[in-house]
Design a protein around this ligand. Structure first.
Ligand SMILES: Nc1ncnc2c1ncn2[C@@H]1O[C@H](COP(=O)(O)OP(=O)(O)OP(=O)(O)O)[C@@H](O)[C@H]1O
Ligand SMILES: [Mg+2]
Length: 306
């Protein structure tokens, strides 16, 4: 089974309009609401491929209850909520359809008290039992819980799970101290970590070697439409997706992580696992909605990867 951990989920609301005229009242004929947050995106993508996934989330208030309801009843996934007093945020994206321009409003995420942090750790201890793969995704909502990934990864490992860390900033750096099995930075996130530009093959190779030096077994550096560099124990290759009609690549990294989570769960060799991840990332980029692709679309892209 695959467990995803999202410390900073949200109600992800997209409002579809023609023209964002600032300072006016605009009627939106259509909007969508999904449970947002990077780990929930991973879980949804796993689910779309016909495998079960459990989504653990830190949630608060009515918006938090809404996130849990949507995970369970809209996405039809198992959910392990950790309830905190501070409310879950809403992210509102205004999408001007004719010109495909997005404007997003990010509210602050939940604060987490020391008691709630302890409860998160204890809840995770219960949730991870029987899980084979755990994906930790996104940033944390409160600087006070930046040690969360560092503290949860050893618990997952002790339970026998393979861990994937996809984050950036201080929580990513601290999480690396606990040596996850796999990391999936994009170029900007890895540049932030190593503090130099990844503007050449040599620089990218050096940064990947740095992560192996820390003890990370599987390093996946995602490169948007250029695919991903995948590296494990002397095997290193570049998987390039075929050209697709890009509509919205947000969440493609999460779809890629979902592909690797399935691959690790099922013991796939590295090459087919990487192709599955890259195809899922590309399939996600083909529609506005995050995690809206089908198994058939992924398959169509996967077989076209050279
Ligand atoms: N325009 C595109 N065409 C084809 N494949 C794409 C495109 N954009 C993304 N992908 C696929 O999705 C994968 C992940 O994308 P990307 O590197 O943008 O992740 P990311 O920056 O972590 O995204 P996010 O955090 O929003 O999920 C890429 O490795 C690639 O396989
Ligand atoms: Mg990402």
């Amino acid at each position: 089974m695959i467990l995803t951990v999202t410390p900073n989920p949200c109600i992800d609301k997209t409002v579809f309009i023609d023209d964002l005229r600032v300072g006016t009242f605009i009627r939106a004929p259509r909007y969508t609401v999904i449970p947002g947050g990077k780990g929930t995106n991973v879980a949804r993508a796993v689910r779309l491929m016909g495998r079960p996934a459990t989504a653990m989330v830190i949630v608060g208030g009515h918006t938090g209850a809404h996130v849990v309801d949507l995970i369970r009843n809209q996405d039809r996934m198992d959910c392990v909520p950790v309830e905190v007093a501070s409310p879950t945020r809403t992210i509102t994206t205004v999408l001007e359809e004719p010109i495909r321009r997005q404007t997003a409003f990010f509210e602050p995420g939940s604060q987490v008290t020391p008691e709630e942090y302890e409860r998160t750790v204890e809840t995770f201890r219960g949730a991870v039992t029987g899980m084979r793969v755990v994906a930790f995704s996104g940033t944390v909502s409160d600087p006070a819980i930046r040690t969360l990934y560092r503290d949860l990864i050893p618990i997952a490992k002790a339970a026998g799970a393979l861990t994937i860390l996809d984050s950036h900033g201080p929580e990513f750096r601290l999480g690396l101290d606990s040596v996850p099995h796999m990391v999936k930075p994009n170029q900007a996130e890895l540049e932030e970590l190593v503090e130099y530009k990844l503007d050449s093959d040599a620089a990218r190779a050096k940064a990947i070697d740095h992560l192996h030096g820390v003890g990370i077994e599987l390093v996946v550096l995602s490169l948007g439409k250029d695919g991903a560099l995948v590296s494990r124990a002397g095997e290193r290759f570049h998987v390039k997706p075929p050209a697709i009609q890009e509509v919205n690549p947000v969440g493609s990294g999460d779809a890629l992580v979902a592909g690797f989570a399935i691959g690790l769960l099922e013991g796939m060799p590295l090459d087919p696992m990487a192709r599955l991840g890259v195809a899922m990332g590309a399939a996600n980029a083909m529609s506005w909605e995050i995690g809206h692709f089908t198994n058939a679309e992924v398959e169509d892209i996967r077989v076209r990867i050279v």
